[in-house]
Write a protein that binds this ligand. Structure first.
Ligand code: HEM
Length: 482
């Protein structure tokens, strides 16, 4: 048994590793059974350390959020192999290599690494859905939730508390928006799901991770049990929402995401044909959406408010644009395309502080890149933060906030079209990008028309990876009504 285990956990992955090495890829030396995890932990600044965070705000964040990759790049270049436990990963921060590799791959020949699917299952299940929506209904729900948030801010300011933790506020409003637009439920009902998702995110991603290590889950039994418990509770909450909606036979047609999913599927625990989802699959879709649909957009807005607080000239430029495009009238989804400068700002923020800091794939067949073969099963890790902060791709001003670089160029002047990947690439690209752009522009427009803001002296710059790229110590801003 032990030999079999050793064979499948070490000999087999090592064979794949040797194939990759024969192709000329280098990388840090792994050890059994941790791979390079101990090295990675040593280099990570742990959230909670007394010296975590800095009063100096710099956009040069690659070596803060991925210190081990920044270090290994120096010795092994932009494509190399590293190990998570007994799983070798091909690290890529070279867009040309990525382009040549993905040019040979049909959509279905890529998967997501099995090792991550297992690790993240309590959080996402196996969900993957396509997003479509009714623009008008969504706009009014987004405006309603944002207005509630801004009224709360006005009340806080009037009571003498102009300092507000923007990250917490925006995340909660983005949660309310996804709960209403996609599931037709109030934030009160959605809040339990969010609280549990957040607790699970902290349990799974805060520290002591042993992804890829055989029996790694048993090394942290409490965390594993806690994640499983939270996963079950979230499943039960979503299931009760789904069942309650199923019973609503009368009333207005249900055109939100859950209504559309239900219209096409039988929620009876069985699969009736290939196109319908089982109950568990439906619950998983909801989970993926609940999580993926609010945190990334909330972070894009949060990092935007940080950068606009530091660049008040851009606050003014955006207010001017809003006045020209929207005037004093009501916000309408068709006007949003006219907010061009806001689009450049969004792109620049997604470049400097990409909420999704990496993309992952797993080869579902041998992939040939020129005379190199990447064997079937190889895990691939694409370092989006690394590429977005690469001087060779963006020039000497790579770490400066310059939204105008997107004025005449969708790729912001990046020297390679695959060097800018905030929403991923190819057939697995983010399905919610249009929805997120709509929400981003609506929320930012409403904030900018009501308040001006600057950085609080209590702000501590703390970009860190907790699955997404977050300000780990929050974002306190001082707000002033206009
Ligand atoms: C600024 C906001 C957002 C960013 C930066 C973002 C980024 C990403 C990225 C990088 C991926 C992986 C793509 C790849 O592997 O190539 C992804 C996938 C996905 N996103 Fe987004 N996203 C955002 C907003 C949203 C929203 C609003 C929704 C839903 C309403 C959403 C739903 C999804 C889903 C369902 C997937 C597919 C997951 C899978 O393939 O496993 N995203 N997103």
């Amino acid at each position: 048994m032990l030999w079999r285990l050793f064979y499948s956990c070490w000999i087999l992955p090592n064979r794949a590793y040797q194939k990759l090495r024969k192709n000329g890829f280098g990388g840090p030396t792994p050890s059994f059974p941790m791979g390079n995890i101990n090295d990675m932990k040593k280099r990570v600044i742990i959230n909670g350390d007394s010296d975590f965070g800095s009063s100096k705000v710099t956009n040069d964040i690659h070596s803060t959020v991925f210190p081990y990759f920044a270090q290994w790049q120096k010795s092994h270049g932009k494509v190399f192999i590293y190990w998570l436990g007994t799983e070798p990963f091909l690290y890529i921060a070279d867009p040309e290599f990525l382009k040549r590799m993905s040019a040979r791959v049909m959509g279905k020949s890529w998967g997501k690494p099995t090792v991550f699917k297992n690790d993240r299952e309590p959080l996402f299940g196996k969900g993957l859905i396509m997003v479509e929506g009714d623009d008008w209904a969504m706009t009014s729900l987004m405006v309603e939730s944002t207005t509630n948030m801004l009224d709360r801010w006005t009340a806080l300011i009037s009571s003498g508390k102009p300092e507000i933790d923007i990250e917490r506020e925006i995340t909660s409003t983005a949660g309310e928006i996804i709960a209403k637009t996609s599931f037709g439920i109030s934030y009160e009902n959605g809040r339990k799901v969010f609280e549990k998702l957040k607790a699970m995110q902290l349990t799974l991603f805060k520290s002591n991770r042993s992804v890829g290590v055989p029996f790694g889950k048993f090394m942290h039994p409490q965390k594993t049990l806690e994640a499983q418990r939270l996963g079950k509770e979230i499943n039960a909450l979503l299931l009760s929402t789904i069942t309650a909606r199923k019973k609503l036979k009368d009333g207005a047609p249900q055109t939100d995401l859950l209504g559309l999913l239900l219209a096409k599927n039988h929620v009876d625990g069985s699969r009736t044909d290939q196109k319908t989802l089982t109950t568990q699959e439906l619950v998983d879709e909801c989970k993926t959406f609940f999580f993926g649909g609010h945190e990334t957009t909330a972070l894009a807005l949060t990092w935007t408010l940080l950068l606009l607080a530091m660049h008040p000239g851009w606050q003014d430029q955006l207010r001017e644009e809003i006045k020209e495009v929207i005037g004093d009238g009501e916000l309408d989804a068709t006007m949003l395309a006219g907010l061009k400068k806001m689009g450049w700002v969004m792109n620049e923020v997604l470049r400097l502080y990409s909420p999704a800091p990496n993309a992952q794939r797993q080869a579902r067949g041998d992939i040939q890149v020129d005379d190199i073969i990447i064997p079937n099963g190889t895990n691939i890790w694409i370092d989006v933060v690394g590429m977005h902060h690469d001087k060779a791709l963006w020039g000497d001003d790579v770490n400066e906030f310059r939204p105008e670089r997107f004025e005449d160029d969708l790729y912001g002047g990046c020297k390679h079209k695959m060097g800018f990947l905030p929403f991923g690439f190819g057939g697995r690209m983010c399905v919610g990008r249009n929805l997120s752009m709509m929400e981003y522009k609506i929320v930012l427009t409403l904030i900018l028309t009501k308040f001006s803001f600057c950085l609080s002296p209590n702000y501590c710059h703390s970009p860190a990876i907790l699955l997404s790229l977050k300000p780990a110590l929050g974002l306190p801003l001082i707000l002033q009504p206009l």
